[in-house]
Design a protein around this ligand. Sequence first.
Ligand SMILES: O=P(O)(O)OC[C@H]1O[C@](O)(CO)[C@@H](O)[C@@H]1O
Length: 529
Amino acid sequence: MFLKQLQQLAEHAGDECVATLCQNPQRFSQFKTSAAELTLDTSRQKMSAETFTKLTGLANESGFNHAYKAMRQGDEINFTEGRAVLHTLLRNLDSSDPRAEEVRASLAKMQTLTKAVQSGEWKGYSGKAIRDVVNIGIGGSDLGPRMIYRAMLHYRHNDINVHWVANIDPADIEKKLATLNPETTLIVVSSKSFSTPETLNNANAARKWLIDNGVTDVAKHVVAASSNVKMAIEFGIDESNIFPLWDWVGGRFSLWSAIGLPLMMGFKPGTFEAILGGALAMDEHAESAPAERNLPAQLALFELWNVNAHGTSSRAVLPYCHDLRLLPAHLQQLEMESLGKSVNLKGERVDYPTGGVVWGTEGSNGQHSYHQLLHQGNQGIAAEIILPLSSPNEPVQHLKLIANALAQSQVFCYGQSAAEAKEALLARGMDPDQAKVIAKHKEILGNRPHSIVTMESLNPHTLGALIAAYENKVFFCGYWQEINAFDQWGVELGKVHASTMETVLTSGDTANVDDGYAAIVSAYQSATQ
Ligand SMILES: O=P(O)(O)OC[C@H]1O[C@](O)(CO)[C@@H](O)[C@@H]1O
């Protein structure tokens, strides 16, 4: 219903020109939204003030605040898996929801272990303190926490280093473990299901590494975050060292839970809790603010505007901050695993694109690579610039970083006309006929829709708020697109086929696969014999 209204609005609005819209001095105050120490500037999106007012009005009528509140209260909105979607409870520590008691208990248990590890009270089998923590997990049990660990470089604990292993390719774990001392290493097996093949294989490899290197009491070197206590115990983990997870927390939303244990151990005291606090502030805002002032709702509205109304289904996430370099990868998982769907809540095939393609890397690196296509390619791509305004790093270089971010925005917005290019070439003394030809190649159309998210500084509070803003955006996109954003059946099918293919590769029996796969299986066997 809402999506149809949005599409109709877009048909009447036509194709707006960003550069022209930005000539209006009122525009910036109307298209600026602040929450939880973040500011979102959407003034460079292709939407007039009039359309914005109409669209946000329709959004308010759609009851999105109410639907969000129902999610936060534990409605079973992931109905295909029969689950509530309650990751927001993990940061709502004062909640009176009965499940919050378990959340508080889990957090307290994480704090106790963290204190023991950081103080050196927790000892490995040979009596030495822990100095390295290795997280073994994949997907939501890896990417979110790994991204935060990189982002909070300045909040790391002096004595503990955290390492991340995800890939089933043994090159990943072998390279990491080779640098570590098993006597002073603690492995965290992070797996909600404790059945994900990548994680189990890597956990087995880590246990073998411990034993092969003389660790006589493996339980002192392995803990787990999992809802599958039985499997974790069978693996050899002491029950008291298994940190709980619940079926109402989806993998890609789980970094706020015990999946964040390696973060807590790797950060200075209070950092993890401050990240939770920033996320809570964003949730409270998402629940109560009307669409015209709701930051996550606006992230969602402009996504739908670009994807569903203008066919711009590719979006580059560009953090101008080296420490946020894994943010695009995290958002890629969060958004694409959630919104990549083809049927609506009634199971009917939808005739509109759902999730857009999310990609990107940190600025300014990408400027010397794919930004050329952003500037002059002839396909529509939207962008989002994330910009912490201050930094603990060298100030002059930081100023140049900000200048680059703003410069890219200017090129996205205004581009360069052929006439401007020609004039510059003539000023350099180029022959007029040649200048006319070359100027065509230097014309940059601009008019690329993009938003800018700023924050005074990147700190635990703003980072928590930023991640929660995108999580809430995912909820709003799913709500307005009438899809279930909380299951991932495509990913599950991939797991089933991987297991079958493993049997085919081991046995060489290719009777049930097509000729192309059979040829690769046979080539694999020749290559590995
Ligand atoms: O934590 P687990 O159960 O090992 O799952 C890992 C990941 O696999 C998925 O189920 C699919 O990628 C994610 O949602 C999850 O984060």
